[in-house]
Design a protein around this ligand. Structure first.
Ligand code: NAD
Length: 329
């Protein structure tokens, strides 16, 4: 089986090379370009392709891949909102993903963002390096006995609930399907109540038609003044223009984002000044209480190794015609 690996970074090559020894039937070629219609033709002569959250696996890409005989799209990530599943079924391309490689990796990053925003660690770091040891502008609040509102309590949201409980927080949650394993300490409540009661709100639901722009002016207005908002899930859960307005209204003590709407356009990888100047992400960065990281929630040794194993196991299951719980349909 010949696998074309799109958008390969050095760390991908390292983790997949280390794991590949256990899967001798899979031969991998790594390329730097991401998957999109213009690069689909590169899959000529391969049996499968491996893509990421940033890839464009829309109808046109899938048609071009299928014309080149590709029957398997391996997503080395959990989210699959960038794949046109209807088109994949039509073109007979099996789509497989890595549903839960390390929920703790993302949840730990979410709490890191919440804490950094609260205690202004980025500001403190810079101040001290410039020999300014004053505490001006660094005041935060205790998380202990405050309320954490978790939206989406699947694998990552559940890990976040456990972390917040460890801080001694009251944990409330909203999900369309409550998670029974959390019943002992998580109180499920309607979304409106979660928004108005939470001191820290963390988003852990997938991006769907129902959750698109879940955070917009209406929902922001329902939040407590001085709330901390964290999004490590998908950028488009938050309407950036409205978030900027909310920040201007002084709604937030802090906003921590690992994902942002313009991510698909690779604002930060394509660092042209003009793009940066006009991007809403750059406007967000101009606020002192916003902290943005570059979609690194998943980026731990353990998670990368689990991603490589599951992706190659998915490949092996495909080769042997085995059913898998990792199919996306
Ligand atoms: P999961 O499928 O285990 O959990 C998602 C939860 O969201 C489920 O409990 C589901 O019922 C709930 N949900 C679905 N629709 C909802 C709605 N309308 N309102 C409220 N809840 C809703 O997924 P997961 O593994 O916990 O991952 C969550 C998200 O995290 C992924 O979809 C992905 O976008 C994101 N993610 C980010 C990174 C990163 O590096 N930042 C890494 C992995 C995943």
């Amino acid at each position: 089986m010949k696998l074309l690996f799109y958008d390969a970074k050095n760390y991908d090559v390292e983790s997949f090379t280390a794991t590949q020894r256990e899967f001798p039937d899979v031969e991998i070629e790594y390329i730097k370009s991401d998957l999109e219609p213009r690069t689909a033709a590169l899959a000529e002569g391969f049996d499968a392709v491996c893509a990421f959250v940033s890839s464009d696996a829309g109808r046109l890409t899938l048609r071009l891949l299928s014309e080149r005989g590709i029957r398997l799209l391996l997503l080395r990530c959990a989210g699959f909102n960038n794949v046109d599943l209807e088109a994949a079924a039509e073109y007979d391309i099996r789509v497989m993903r890595v549903p839960g490689y390390s929920p703790e990796a993302v949840a730990e990053h979410a709490i890191a963002l919440a804490l950094s925003c609260n205690r202004k660690l980025y500001k403190a770091y810079n101040k001290v390096r410039e020999n300014d040891f004053s505490l001006n502008g660094l005041m935060g609040f205790n998380f202990y006995e405050k309320t954490a509102g978790i939206i989406g309590t699947g694998k990552i949201g559940a890990a976040m609930c456990r972390i917040c409980r460890g801080f001694g927080m009251r944990v409330i949650a909203y999900d369309v399907v409550p998670n029974d394993t959390l019943a002992e300490f998580v109180e499920y409540i309607p979304l409106e109540k979660l928004l108005s009661d939470s001191d820290v709100i963390s988003l852990h639901c997938p991006l769907t038609d129902d959750t698109y722009h879940l955070v917009q002016l209406d929902t922001i207005r329902q939040m407590k003044d001085g709330v901390i908002l964290v999004n490590t899930s998908r950028g488009a859960l938050v309407k950036t223009e409205d978030l900027i307005e909310g920040i201007r209204m002084h709604k937030f003590a802090g906003v921590g984002l690992d994902v942002y709407e313009e991510e698909a356009g690779n604002v930060f990888e394509d660092r042209s000044d003009e793009i940066l100047e006009h991007s809403t992400t750059a406007r967000l960065l101009s606020f002192p209480n916003v902290m943005i990281t570059s979609h690194q929630g998943f980026f731990t040794r353990e998670a990368l190794s689990a991603i490589a194993s599951t992706t190659l196991q998915n490949c092996a299951d495909f080769l042997q015609g085995r059913e898998s719980g990792n199919d996306v349909k």
